[in-house]
Design a protein around this ligand. Structure first.
Ligand SMILES: C[S@@+](CC[C@H](N)C(=O)[O-])C[C@H]1O[C@@H](n2cnc3c(N)ncnc32)[C@H](O)[C@@H]1O
Length: 388
């Protein structure tokens, strides 16, 4: 394994268990390394720090695999994968993220389990070097009927690696699973994420607790219909679901049919649709705002905040007195403090008081590692809106 020297600043971060080293912090000449090869990392005093893999093409140039000087081989991956599986035992129904990249100390690897099928994403050149070992371990452990394997295009582009996809066994057009007693089916191929937003599982449950029988619900950015379906199945609410994607709305409709319940479905841009509803003077008891990541990088933060403000101000105009709004951000760059500010400004603009009811986070199969601030990426606030 080649050696790689990093500067003091990065060495300090590694000591604090931060899992990445950026290009600008590497002292050794980068031309020495091939994309994805293993390296032993040392500080400027030649003290061993960690073992990781390197890709000179990527801004996040080294991802750390172990803080011990140990071989990175089949045994290493088996032990990490078993540890990740043990963490989740008995916590979930039959759909769960079983490996969450850095959150399970396996950078670049995401594995979601949907019933008898697995969806596997390889995000880096480094983890791809161990593709055969990883798939063999997963096949032995989970004995799936099929595995959909994706070299994820957005991540691999940053690594200068060609995206790809493969199937082991068979992947049906629709894969069935149960979440908190509610039936879902999703498409693993041509899907958003790996097919479904598993990270919102516990928030769907929490939000549904505040919904009363027959309440009028608006599920904005609904994708497969998760929040709306919980409201319908658990509380027999009157649910309207909105998404810009026709495929997402088709999937949400199928999921309502699968549970033998009815909803109203709208293909629309939520930004425009909320304005339309205002013109029609419609009112709702609960509104869910779960937009896509508006801020994929720090530089997009201020335009993202404008987007958040727009939907929050308009949702507040549509909510009945003492109704609830759940507002989410799925980008690390817009966190709870930012959401609070957006809600505060919207409260002043609307002359309404806001009561914070719940702070919301990604579910625990998407671990938040305190030593890596980027691992907290999904946050939300459930709040009540009151007339003064
Ligand atoms: C984070 S996902 C929502 C996940 C969903 N709430 C769940 O629990 O599974 C965001 C969704 O917003 C949709 N979307 C993106 N931009 C939109 C827009 N301007 N108007 C409506 N939907 C949009 C996407 O198609 C995607 O389905």
């Amino acid at each position: 394994m080649k050696r790689c020297i990093i500067n003091k600043k990065a060495a300090k971060k590694v000591h604090e268990f931060f899992p990445w080293v950026y290009k600008s912090d590497i002292i050794s000449p980068l031309e020495e390394y091939e994309a994805g090869e293993l390296v032993k990392i040392f500080d400027e005093n030649e003290q061993f720090l960690a073992v990781g893999y390197i890709n000179p093409a990527s801004t996040i140039t080294i991802r750390i695999l172990s803080l011990k000087d140990e071989p990175i081989n089949y045994r290493f991956f088996k032990s990490r994968i078993l540890r990740a599986a043990a963490k989740r035992v008995k916590l979930f129904d039959n759909a769960c993220r079983v490996i969450h990249s850095e959150g399970d100390y396996l950078p670049g690897l995401i594995v979601d389990r949907y019933g008898e099928y697995l969806s596997v994403q390889f995000l880096t050149a480094g983890i791809l070097r161990f593709k055969e070992e990883i798939l063999d371990i997963l096949l032995n452990l989970y004995e799936p009927k099929g595995v959909y394997i994706e070299g994820e295009k957005n991540s691999l582009r940053k690594e200068k690696v060609e995206p790809f996809n493969e199937i082991i066994g068979e992947i049906p057009e629709r894969v069935f699973f149960v979440e908190n007693g509610i039936k879902f089916q999703v498409n693993l191929i041509d899907a958003q994420k790996t097919g479904f937003y598993l990270d919102q599982r516990r928030n769907r449950q929490i939000v549904s607790r505040y919904i009363k029988q027959k309440d009028k619900i608006l599920d904005c950015f609904c994708h497969a219909g998760g929040f709306g379906l919980y409201a319908k199945v658990k509380k027999d609410a009157d649910v309207r679901l909105v998404d810009i994607s026709e495929d997402a709305i088709a999937l949400a409709k199928e999921n309502f049919m699968l549970n033998d319940v009815k909803g109203k479905f709208v293909v629309a841009n939520v930004f425009d649709y909320l304005r339309e509803l205002r013109k029609q003077k419609e009112k709702f008891d609960v509104i869910i705002l779960d937009p896509p990541s508006f801020a994929k990088s720090r530089s997009k933060k201020s335009s993202a905040l404008k987007g958040f403000k727009d939907i929050t101000v308009n949702a507040m105009k549509l909510i009945r007195n003492e109704g609830y709004i759940a507002l989410f951000s799925c980008s690390h760059h817009v966190g709870l403090k930012d959401l609070e500010q957006v809600i505060m400004q919207s409260s002043i603009d609307n002359k309404k008081v806001v009561e914070i009811v719940e702070y919301l986070f990604q579910d625990v199969d998407h671990p938040y590692i305190l030593n890596n601030e980027f691992s907290l990426y999904l946050t939300g606030i459930l709040f009540k809106v009151l007339d003064v």
